[in-house]
Design a protein. Sequence first.
Length: 263
Amino acid sequence: MHSFLDAVRAATSNVFSQALGATWSVDIDTTEAARSADTSVVCYQLLLSGGLQGNVSIQFGAGDALRLAQKFLAESIDPSAELNQDRKEALLELLRQVAGLAATTLKGLFSETKLDVAPAEPAAGQGVEVALLASEASAGTLPLSLRLSPELLASVSSTKPAVSTPVAAPRETEPVTHEPNFDLLLGVNLNLTLRFGQRILPLREILDLTSGSVIELDREVQEPADLLLGDKLIARGEVVIVDGNYGIRITEVADARQRIGTL
């Protein structure tokens, strides 16, 4: 169960940090103190199929849900505002991004797993309940209550996580010292992103985009692309095609200590 929860935790942290314009940390907490004190709640359901089967109920306090939706929509935080349909749809889209990133991680652990998100009615049920504590300096701590169904628990227990093939480490000019127990983390799968460039556009130009529109990025064709771990640059290189897929031939790489520092 820990592998599944950690995949969801990491995906939530990454998506919140990228989509909400701030650095969010997310921790797993099983204590009752982690539950939201808000009596009005908003509930969604995460449906799993493929490598894992079952569902997860995701429940927010209504006030916390409103804050997340307002941040996602770049609105001013107004606790008296209504959690209307547009804001609920924004929260649903945020969770869909979390599900998509979590599915990528789970594929490496439990084979192909599809995650779908849908609104749901709050309901008590069987299974195991845990909380994710999402924290950000200006927003405080927002608890997300998760209830894992018995079917999902059985599926996780019966499915043996895939064993990653160890990759030989490149030679370094200086030995890299690891913190105690660091080797326990070396099998963790991390999501890398290849960035060709970026561009900032006003909202009206984004709304005017149509099929066939061309957006000029801030990088020339001959310049190397960036390889990112989360939002941290760890290498640069040339874009190549490998068996019909994009790839990158590394030409510059951060030293091992800098790469460890991004974790």
